[in-house]
Ligand binder design. Structure first.
Ligand SMILES: [Zn+2]
Ligand SMILES: [Zn+2]
Length: 389
């Protein structure tokens, strides 16, 4: 069966909502107008709404035609990014420097579409919690998922299972990908300070050169993936920032290196921090510099439960033209991983069409593909109707 007819019937309206959201993007925890837009729609359809969950989050509760013990959570993210949009179409951002470049406008719209359909039909037993999450892009413990959970999301609103999705450029529209087990990586951050007294550039022997030390360090950090991790396991250590020096003729007294560590297995993740400290200690002692290291765990690995992945696959098979059940994992992180630590559930990827001409996530030329809207809304609805029979 393809997309749900009744949802296809209001595809044009969904496209209008999506364009409205795209034109009015808001940054993490500033999704005031977006949350209001969502809450007003949900209320108009007779859904019980709670606002201000985890900052600007919105939760809608809908009961089915039949009483039931179980409740399913469906989640969409609402925030935009600090990017200056380069598109020139009519629905381009009206807010300079803020842009829906990750397609959360589409995610919010698809969940609204599912909410409208389910509110009109209520062909299920039990309850659905529509979770509109703020600040996915902020991520980590400060991000919207962790904050909603800290503010009692799962205590205040029953969710026995939770489902979410992300658009995936490069996958055809009408395609869905889902995988049981780890699908997206854990993400941590580190900051290394390399310190010395500094000296004249022409007199390097008068102290420890923090620039040279930093150079050795950046190279040596790659031994974590090449030599400290099981070759059959996966880890990425990327130094992403280096700050130091102001003059041609001064060897500075400080260099700061920052970066990210991505992994799948708990073993690889746990081994990374001590390895970074060991490498920094060894190299700075060899050059005579000193150092500090700070390391912070940011995102857990996103792990889909076996049962929920099966349910997601069944729902997807009833809606999409093609369902990939063993897509390659990605080292990209996702805030939904926190929700999956709190409840069993499943995250999936929905095809957004070709990824050419800058149509990639976080690009100034990105735009969510409106053709995907009825697929995502139908998928959410199918999960509920199949799992809450
Ligand atoms: Zn993003
Ligand atoms: Zn995103």
């Amino acid at each position: 069966m393809p997309i749900i007819n009744r949802i296809a019937g209001f595809q044009d309206e969904m496209t209008e909502w999506r364009h409205h959201l795209h034109a009015n993007p808001e940054l993490s925890y500033q999704e005031y107008a977006t949350a209001k837009f969502v809450a007003e729609k949900l209320r108009a359809w007779g859904i019980e709404v709670t606002e201000g969950v985890g900052g600007t989050g919105v939760v809608g509760i809908l009961r089915g035609n039949v009483d039931g013990e179980r409740a399913i959570g469906l989640r969409a993210d609402m925030d935009a990014l600090a990017i200056l949009e380069r598109n020139v179409f009519d629905h381009r951002s009206r807010s300079d420097g803020v842009m829906h470049a990750c397609g959360h406008d589409g995610h919010t719209t698809m969940l609204l579409g599912a909410a409208r359909y389910l509110a009109e039909t209520r062909n299920f037993a039990g309850r659905v919690a529509f979770i509109f999450q703020p600040a996915e892009e902020m991520g980590g413990a400060d991000g919207g998922a962790a904050r909603m959970i800290r503010e009692g999301l799962f205590d205040r609103f029953q969710c026995d299972e939770i489902y979410g999705l992300h658009n995936w450029p490069g996958m055809d529209v009408g395609t869905f990908a889902v995988k049981a087990g780890p699908m997206m990586a854990s993400g941590d951050s580190f900051e290394i300070e390399v310190l010395s007294k500094g000296m004249h550039a022409a007199q390097p022997h008068k102290g420890a050169d923090v620039i040279l030390t930093a150079g050795h360090l950046i190279v040596a950090l790659q031994q974590i993936s090449a030599r400290n991790t099981d070759p059959l396991d996966s880890i990425v250590v990327s130094a992403t920032q280096i700050h130091g020096g102001d003059a041609y003729n001064v060897l500075p007294n400080k260099v700061i290196i920052r970066g990210t560590v991505r992994a799948f297995s708990p073993q690889a993740r746990a081994a990374a921090e001590p390895a970074i400290r060991r490498i920094v200690d060894g190299i700075t002692s060899s050059t005579g510099a000193s150092s500090t290291v700070s390391y912070a765990q940011q995102y857990p690995t996103l792990v889909n439960s076996q049962a929920a992945a099966k349910s997601a696959e069944a729902a997807a098979l009833s809606i999409f033209n093609r369902v990939e059940t063993n897509p390659p994992q990605t080292m990209i992180v996702e805030d939904f991983a926190f929700m999956l630590e709190g409840r069993p559930g499943c995250y999936g990827w929905i095809g957004n069409g070709p990824d050419d001409n800058g149509r990639i996530l976080h690009s100034a030329w990105f735009d969510f593909n409106d053709e995907a809207l009825p697929f995502g809304a139908s998928y959410f609805a199918a999960v509920v109707e199949q799992q809450l029979q």
